[in-house]
Structure formats: C-alpha cells, structure tokens
Ligand binder design. Structure first.
Ligand SMILES: C[S@@+](CC[C@H](N)C(=O)[O-])C[C@H]1O[C@@H](n2cnc3c(N)ncnc32)[C@H](O)[C@@H]1O
Length: 427
C-alpha cells in the first residue's frame, strides 16, 4: 500500500481494485502494465498483433516459437496512419529537424522496427532474467563504473586545482537496462500472485530524464506528472530517496500508476513512495520549496502514438487533437513554473516530453528561463549525450544555446522522441 503523507488530498492505494480498475487489469493482460508511457508503447501493444518466433541476432527467424521472444509481426493490414497529423508533422518537423526528419518519420511510421528496453527491477532477484537477456544478444544500455553513487547535480564538486577535471558523474550502477540491436520484444513480465515483477519494458530514452535528475540517497523527490509510473520506477532503481511523491491528476491514470507501483515496489517502501492527485500547476504554491528534485514529464503531443490515433473519428479526430495541441505549451509552461517553485534553492527540475515539437520543448524552457528569476539552465551534453551517443541519436550536439537534449528516432536506434532539459534553482 502506497500512501500520500503530505498535505492536500489523500489517495490511498487499495489492494481491492474498483470496477474501473478491472478494466485496467484487462488492459494489463495485454501488456499495458509493465510498459512505459501508456500513450506510446502500450497503445501499440494493444493494437499491433504479435506472434512468437525465434530470431537470431540479425532478426532472422531461426526456429519455432519458445517463450523467450515476442516480436511485433508484420500486420496484414497496416494500422491506419492519421493523415492530417502526418501532414502537420511533415510541415513542422521538416522545417525544425531538416535532414533528420525523413529518417525519423520512417521509424515512427513503422512500428515493426521499434526497439524495446528491458529495465530490471532491483527489488527482485534478477540474475536469471539478466542471464537470459545476455544469452539472447541483449546488451547493457549504460556503461557502468564501479563507483557506488554519482555526485548530485545539486551539489557540484568543484575541480580541485591539484586534480584533473573529474569528468561527468558516473551513471547509477543499480539501474540496469538491456537493449537489443534488433526490434525483438522480450515478453511482458508475467503476473504472479504475491510476487513483484522482475522487469519493465520501456522506450530506453525514457531513462534519460531520470538519469538527468540524479537522485541521491535521502533526497525528497516529486514526480509531478507520474502515470503510468515508468519513470517513478526508474527513479527507484537509481537510489533510495527519503520521499518519492508520485502525482497524477487523471483518476484513471492514477489507478494505473498505483497498480504499477504495487506490481514493482515492495510494501516496505509504502511510506516512502506516495501517490497524490493534485493539479500539478498548484504544487508550487501548496508545497513551495519542499523538494530536492522534481521531475516534470509533461503532458505533450506524443508523436509516436498520435500518428496512429485518429480512431473511428478519422481525420476529424486528428484535427481536434491538433487544435488542442496549441494549448499544450501554456499548460507545460505553467507546470514548469510550478515545478521550479516546488524545488528548494539549490535543487533541480528536469523537464521532459516525448515530442519533437520545438514549441513544447525548447520554447517552453526558454519562456520559463526568461521569466523566472533565480534559475539557471544546466548542460547535459557532457554528462549524458556524450557517454550515450552510441545508443541514442541526439540532435546535433554543440548547438548553443541548446536548451536541452532532443533524442530523434533513427533506424537501429529507434529510441525517442524524447526531449529533456535540467534547470537548477539558485535562490
Ligand atoms: C507524459 S505522461 C507522464 C508519463 C510518466 N511520467 C511515466 O513515465 O510513466 C503525462 C501525465 O501528466 C498528466 N497530467 C496532465 N495534466 C496534468 C496536471 N495539470 N497535473 C498533473 N498531471 C497532469 C496526464 O494525465 C499524464 O498521465
């Protein structure tokens, strides 16, 4: 049971699930729970038929099915692309990304080539899963060092005059994520009564905002827009915070978040990991300066799923979505201001989205930097982009001012879209 301990509305996670949660359970049988971002991976999981086959490392079928690989099959009838949304993306991203857009477009339109990361759950025995993954050609995403804990971005260690430059902080060794060069899918973790799930499937780019947050032992952390909970789980893989408050305004998504936490996190953390239901825009007032770190994984356009999300309403539904999209930067800016007010002086906020859209990414960060006194943008290039450029395609590095990192999906490195930016509150 995860219980919110701070003031405001209290949300109690109950083991007895409500009627609405039963629906979520049904979805979870289709792999929604245990996957990242309801809006992208899991939607695809719900709609793209799968078949069991055995593959070699080049993604060639080599034998009959066993239960170790589950890959998206090539659907006989392609999932319908929402033309009005694709047209808008072509127009906007063609301009904003230039030559990177045609290759990103090809990836986004082809779910069959999407890769999936497997994040191990350190609260379970993972050696079997790890061995199986490695035996099947999965590799570790993070170049781990032997150092126990990275220095915090809130406590910079100035280089000593007698020592060489210390370089970027090491990545947290307890966070283990495995990826495969081919778009093979590891099966969703099975539900076993009374047992925690051993791993979580996700878009590996989702780990970048969590790494940028750099949570340390004893930190008070707020995950302002938390459902379905993938990044909250990742935070708990990196360190033992004193508090992780997972906030989600939408009641159905909050149920989903609670279920995710229940499936992956031991009961012993129930007073550390809490769930709340405020409008994130109000946190800056209600809990001003209360947190060391705040993650704002903001509601956004979600390019990956929007391309296929016209539904029965067809292009008209897409047009409504695009009209609503125009309101997102205002909401995102309000949420980011609130996040910066909720963090203590010296603390950091990480802002992230899963869209390529400049107006929801760089322009939101720029607007807040220009209007919030006492905050400063932090560089993530040396710390994250350089060590991980083997796995992710970041938009051309070295652009100044960069305002953040943008991961653009490319063939063979289909992670993203993901934008992230880190802002420190100085006073
Ligand atoms: C991109 S999703 C978060 C994904 C999540 N961080 C994860 O990794 O699983 C954004 C979430 O923000 C929620 N949201 C939208 N507006 C909000 C608000 N004003 N306050 C709090 N949450 C909000 C949405 O319901 C949605 O679940």
């Amino acid at each position: 049971m995860f219980r919110r301990l701070v003031s405001g509305d209290v949300f109690i996670l109950q083991r007895r699930l409500s009627q609405s949660l039963k629906c979520l359970r049904l979805l979870s049988c289709n792999s929604v729970i245990g996957s990242d971002r309801g809006q992208d991976l899991s939607r695809e999981e719900r709609t793209v038929p799968t078949e069991r086959v055995k593959l070699d490392h080049t993604n060639t079928r080599i034998g009959p099915a066993d239960d170790t690989f589950l890959v998206p099959s090539r659907p006989e009838k392609q999932k319908r692309v929402c033309k009005v949304i694709l047209d808008r993306f072509d127009q906007q991203y063609g301009q904003e990304l230039g030559p990177l857009w045609p290759s990103a477009r090809a990836v986004l339109l082809n779910p069959g080539c999407w890769q999936y990361g497997v994040m191990l759950n350190r609260f379970t025995a993972v050696s079997d899963v790890k061995q199986r993954l490695q035996g099947q050609g999965f590799i570790s995403l993070l170049p781990h060092t032997d150092l126990p804990h990275p220095p915090s971005p809130t406590q910079p260690h100035p280089p000593s005059p007698t020592q060489p430059h210390p370089g970027p902080p090491p990545l947290p060794p307890s966070l283990q994520c495995f990826i495969h060069p081919s778009p093979v899918r590891y099966p969703s973790p099975p539900h076993r009564q009374g047992q925690l799930k051993a791993y979580y499937l996700l878009n590996a780019a989702s780990l970048l905002p969590v790494l940028a947050l750099g949570v340390q032992e004893g930190d008070r952390v707020l995950d302002l827009c938390s459902a379905p909970g993938g990044k909250a789980l990742a935070i708990l893989q990196t360190a033992d915070p004193a508090l992780l408050c997972c906030n989600e305004m939408d009641p159905h998504r909050r149920d989903w978040l609670a279920k995710t936490l229940e499936s992956f996190i031991p009961q012993s953390l129930s007073s550390t990991v809490t769930v709340s239901n405020q409008d994130g825009r109000l946190f800056g007032q209600s809990e001003a300066g209360m947190y060391d770190k705040v993650l704002l994984d903001a509601p956004c356009s979600n390019d990956r799923s929007w391309l296929f999300s016209c539904g029965t309403g067809g292009d008209q539904e897409g047009a409504v979505r695009l009209r609503d999209r125009a309101r997102l930067p205002t909401l995102q800016t309000q949420l980011l201001r609130s996040a910066l007010a909720a963090v203590r002086p010296g603390g950091v906020v990480v802002y992230s989205t899963c869209t390529l859209s400049r107006s929801e990414n760089q322009e939101v960060v720029e607007a807040v930097l220009n209007t919030c006194p006492g905050v400063e943008l932090q560089d993530l290039e040396e710390e994250l982009a350089l060590p991980l450029q083997e796995h992710f395609t970041f938009t051309p590095l070295g652009h100044t001012p960069s305002l953040g990192l943008l991961v653009v999906p490319q063939q063979g490195r289909t992670w993203g879209p993901m934008f992230l930016s880190r802002i420190k509150r100085i006073h």
